[in-house]
Design a protein around this ligand. Structure first.
Ligand code: AMP
Length: 376
């Protein structure tokens, strides 16, 4: 189904978090209607949608009814089953496809896909038992990281192993389930490339973004990334290859480690707009969310040029420990943009919002973004 969906049409979003919210805001600005589907009530996406369907992702009848009422279905949450994607695809175009989602939603499949296509990744092995884990640690080497193969994000289900004796205890925490063992990469920095591929196969990439994590959760993103031109260009080429191989339609993000000897290793692929790309809202001609709308609706892709350097800091629930943060203090600083996702329960580690600062240099915006958050 190569149908183009023009403004006035309806986009159906499976998932209802902040990514769907920011996409829905971009879609509505462009004249689209947005329906959202998820088990959640009063959700970030639901609050800004024309229609909310509250049902489980395994309720295929509800998925079918949802798909019937929209012109195109997309995801903001990748852990939707292949069966649900297939049920939707019988009734509406699903972009990106269920096949692309199937590969990228599970680490073992994703890593195998990357390795099979000759795309560089850290040494890894797939394991299903404690014995396999012990063997894999010998092959991959120590220190290593063990990650659950399915349904992991933001470092959930990840454990570091420094000594072989730890294998037992880590397997007790994770097992029995399929997992991936990876060599721990001693990286110089982490970067990501947000990219898009249209219905006609055209591809675009945003300038590389540099990311710093705290406790495995993204903390700060700055752009353009402080890496040599050829590294950024190679990362963009890899992102386009990944999209072409997946016959992808939509926005996708590839996260990379840049090793100390200046090699790129792909860490993971997110089949959707990405937290690191939030700064494109203020910094780029077309935000990653407008780009997702354009791509899944079959419109021409937008200009990805970045007018000025930008920095983004995440606002986690921990900031609410002593009550509501002092928004007015941060907003009094010049050039600070506040995004809150409409979540009412600020649990520690939960992404509640972010701040973006645009300015003249990467060092300047990074310092100002951190200062703005500290002022909260
Ligand atoms: P992930 O959920 O796989 O994106 O991991 C979250 C973060 O954990 C990454 O962005 C890295 O900071 C760190 N991490 C994950 N895998 C590795 C690895 N193999 N080597 C070093 N750091 C890692």
């Amino acid at each position: 189904m190569n149908r183009i969906v023009l403004p006035g049409g309806t986009i159906g979003v499976l998932g209802s978090g902040q990514l769907g919210r920011m996409m829905a805001l971009a879609a509505r600005r462009m004249g689209y209607r947005v329906h959202t589907f998820s088990p959640a009530v009063d959700s970030p996406t639901g609050q800004v949608s024309d229609r909310v369907v509250t049902a489980g992702y395994d309720d295929l009848d509800a998925i079918r009814a949802f798909a019937t009422a929209v012109d195109v279905v997309t995801f903001e949450f990748e852990n939707v089953s292949a069966a649900a994607a297939a049920a939707a695809a019988d009734l509406a175009p699903v972009r990106p496809s269920g096949a692309a989602l199937h590969i990228t939603q599970q680490r073992a499949r994703e890593k195998a896909f990357l390795a099979d296509h000759g795309i560089p990744v850290a040494p890894f092995a797939r394991v299903e038992t404690l014995d396999e884990l012990a063997v894999a640690l010998g092959v991959v080497g120590l220190p290593a990281i063990v990650k659950t193969a399915a349904f992991g994000y933001d470092g959930k289900g990840q454990h570091r192993i420094h000594e072989i004796e730890q294998a037992d205890a880590v397997w007790k925490l994770l097992g029995p389930q399929e997992a991936i063992v990876e060599g721990l990469v001693d990286f110089a920095c982490e970067i990501s490339v947000v990219a898009a591929r249209g219905l006609d196969g055209a591809t675009v990439t945003y300038p590389a973004i540099e990311n710093q994590h705290e406790h495995h959760i993204l903390d700060l993103s700055i752009a353009p990334a402080r890496v040599p031109e050829e590294i950024a260009a190679e990362a963009a080429r890899i992102a386009c290859r990944v999209m072409d191989e997946l016959q992808y339609v939509g926005v996708l993000c590839v996260e990379f480690f840049v090793t100390r000897d200046r090699r790129l290793l792909v860490n993971e692929i997110a089949p959707r707009p990405h937290n690191s790309g939030h700064l494109t809202i203020e910094a780029c001609a077309t935000s990653q969310f407008e780009q997702q709308v354009r791509a899944v609706c079959g419109l021409p892709l937008g200009d990805t040029r970045m007018a000025r350097p930008a920095a983004m800091v995440n606002l986690l629930g921990d900031l609410w420990t002593d009550g509501e943060p002092a928004w007015e203090t941060a907003l009094a600083l010049p050039g600070v943009a506040l995004h809150l996702y409409g979540k009412t329960d600020p649990r520690p580690g939960r992404k509640m919002g972010h701040l973006t600062v645009v300015g003249d240099s990467v060092d300047d915006v990074m310092a100002r973004a951190r200062a703005a958050r500290a002022a909260l």
